[in-house]
Design a protein around this ligand. Structure first.
Ligand code: PSV
Ligand code: MN
Length: 431
C-alpha cells in the first residue's frame, strides 16, 4: 500500500485554522450582503467548480535546455493518478484528469479505471501525441504527422488518434484533444494550403471514429516546434476546420498559444457566440508558451476570460459546459503545489467573475458610461474572495491551507522512498 494523506490529517490541520477562516468569511459576507450578494450562494458555486489536472503536469516538465527532476516523481500513470488524487483531495477542485497517450498507455484500462475510482477521480479529454516518434515507430513525424506529405505517415497518425479514442472510451472520457506540432521552419518548405488540406483529410477520418457522445477538440498554437508556419496556428484556422468537420468538433484555447498581447477574452467571446468553444488549457505566460502556473503573471486576463464565460453561462444556460483543464510545465516548483495553486487561481477568477454586477454593467454600457463600466468590472476583480475559496474547500473536505498541509503531511518525502528514479519513467511532456 502506498502512502496517502489521511482525511483525519487534513481535518486536524484545518482545526487550528477554521476559527480565523470563519471570521474572515463572516466579514466578507457582511460586505457582500451590502451589495446584495449572498456569500452562501457564491460558496456553493465555488464548490461546484472543477478543472482537470494534466497527467503530464505531475512530473517536472523541463525545457529544451534541461530537465531538473525533483525527488519522488511519478514514474507511471498510476503514480501520476496518485499525485492528481492528492491535488484533488486537498484542493477539492480537480476531480478529473486529462491523460496523454502513449505516455499514459496501459494494457489494462480496467485496472487504471479502478485506481482512478479509488481516488474518486474521473477522466476528462484524452490527448493524442504525434509530435514525438515512439520507439520503433515504422514512419517518422519529423516532417509532420496528420499533414505529412506521405500517406503512410498520415495513416499512422490517424490510427494513433483513433486508438486514443478507444483507450478513452474504456476510461469514460468523452473527448479527444488534438494538437499537432506540424508546420514548416522555412518559407517554401510547405505548400501552405496543401498542408491544411491534408490536415482536414486526416481529421475527417478521426472525426468519423468519434462515438455519438464524443467531441474532438482542435487545439491551435501560434508557433513551436515549427518556427515559420504552423498548420493550426490561430483560432481562425481552428474555427474554420471545426466548421468543416461538424458539430462534434470545437476549438480548444490554450492560454499560452497566442501572440503576446492577444486579446484572448475576445477570442473566447467569438467562439462562444458561434457555438465552437471546446474549452481551455489553462496556464500563464509572459513571453511565449511559457506554461507557467495559472494566474501567476496576468490574473486580470484570467478574470476577463471568466467574465466572458459567466456571461455565456447566463445567456446559454446549462448547455454551456466547456472543458476546463490545466496544461502547465512545472520546472522549478513541486508539481503538486503548482497544480493545487493553479486550480485555486482558476477557481478564483470564476468566483470573481461571478461577482460582477451584470445589470449595472449593462446599464453603464447602454449609457456609454465608460468609466463606471470599467470600474464595475474592476470592483469584482479587486474583491478578495479568498475566504470563499478557503471555505468552499473546507466544506468539501479539503485543506484550508493546502500547501502547508501538503508539506506537513510528508507526502513528497514518502514518495521519494517509494519511487526511486526509474529509467523507464513515462513522459512528463516538454510542453
Ligand atoms: C502543446 O504545447 C501543448 O499545449 C498541447 O496541449 C500538448 O498536448 C501539451 O502541450 C503537452 O505537450
Ligand atoms: Mn495545451
Amino acid at each position: 500500500m502506498t502512502f496517502r494523506i489521511s482525511d483525519d490529517f487534513v481535518q486536524s490541520h484545518n482545526q487550528s485554522r477554521v476559527a480565523d477562516l470563519q471570521s474572515d468569511f463572516d466579514a466578507l459576507g457582511s460586505k457582500l450582503a451590502r451589495n446584495g450578494v449572498d456569500i452562501e450562494a457564491l460558496t456553493l458555486r465555488a464548490q461546484g467548480f472543477a478543472v482537470a489536472t494534466p497527467s503530464w503536469g505531475a512530473g517536472t516538465g523541463g525545457t529544451r535546455f534541461a530537465r531538473f527532476p525533483g525527488v519522488g516523481e511519478p514514474r507511471n500513470v498510476f503514480e501520476k493518478l496518485d499525485d492528481c488524487g492528492t491535488v484533488n483531495q486537498l484542493s477539492q477542485a480537480t476531480p478529473t484528469v486529462s491523460l496523454h497517450f502513449p505516455w499514459d498507455k496501459v494494457s489494462d484500462a480496467k485496472e487504471l479505471k479502478q485506481h482512478a475510482d479509488s481516488w474518486k477521480l474521473g477522466f476528462d479529454a484524452v490527448n493524442s501525441n504525434t509530435f514525438q516518434n515512439q520507439p520503433n515507430q515504422a514512419e517518422s513525424y519529423k516532417f509532420g504527422s496528420l499533414t505529412n506529405q506521405s500517406a503512410a505517415v498520415r495513416d499512422l497518425a490517424v490510427a494513433h488518434n483513433i486508438e486514443c479514442i478507444e483507450l478513452g472510451k474504456a476510461l469514460g472520457s468523452k473527448a479527444l484533444t488534438v494538437w499537432v506540432g506540424d508546420g514548416g521552419n522555412f518559407p517554401g518548405q510547405l505548400n501552405l494550403r496543401g498542408a491544411l488540406e491534408r490536415y482536414l483529410d486526416s481529421l475527417k477520418q478521426i472525426y468519423q471514429a468519434l462515438p455519438d457522445d464524443w467531441q474532438v477538440f482542435l487545439e491551435h498554437k501560434l508557433f513551436e516546434p515549427a518556427f515559420y508556419t504552423t498548420v493550426i496556428a490561430d483560432w481562425g484556422t481552428s474555427f474554420a476546420c471545426a466548421q468543416q468537420l461538424g458539430d462534434k468538433a470545437k476549438c480548444l484555447v490554450d492560454l499560452g498559444h497566442h501572440a503576446p498581447n492577444t486579446n484572448i477574452e475576445m477570442i473566447v467571446a467569438r467562439l462562444v457566440q458561434f457555438g465552437k468553444l471546446a474549452g481551455f488549457h489553462f496556464n500563464d505566460s509572459k513571453y511565449g508558451d511559457d506554461d507557467l502556473d495559472s494566474g501567476s503573471i496576468n490574473p486580470f486576463q484570467l478574470f476577463l476570460i471568466f467574465n466572458e464565460l459567466v456571461d455565456a453561462e447566463i445567456r446559454e444556460g446549462s448547455s454551456f459546459n466547456p472543458a476546463y483543464m490545466l496544461d502547465q510545465s512545472h520546472n522549478v516548483t513541486d508539481p503538486i503545489e503548482s497544480l493545487m495553486g493553479s486550480a485555486i487561481e482558476v477557481q478564483r477568477a470564476f468566483v470573481q467573475a461571478s461577482l460582477v454586477d451584470r445589470d449595472q454593467l449593462a446599464a453603464y454600457q447602454a449609457s456609454n458610461d465608460v468609466m463606471m463600466a470599467a470600474r464595475t468590472l474592476r470592483r469584482a476583480f479587486q474583491t478578495d474572495v479568498t475566504p470563499i475559496l478557503d471555505m468552499a474547500r473546507f466544506r468539501s473536505g479539503g485543506a484550508i491551507d493546502m500547501i502547508n498541509c501538503y508539506r506537513e503531511s510528508g507526502y513528497r518525502q514518502q514518495k521519494a522512498e517509494e519511487r526511486p528514479a526509474s529509467k523507464n519513467a513515462s513522459g512528463s511532456g516538454i510542453v
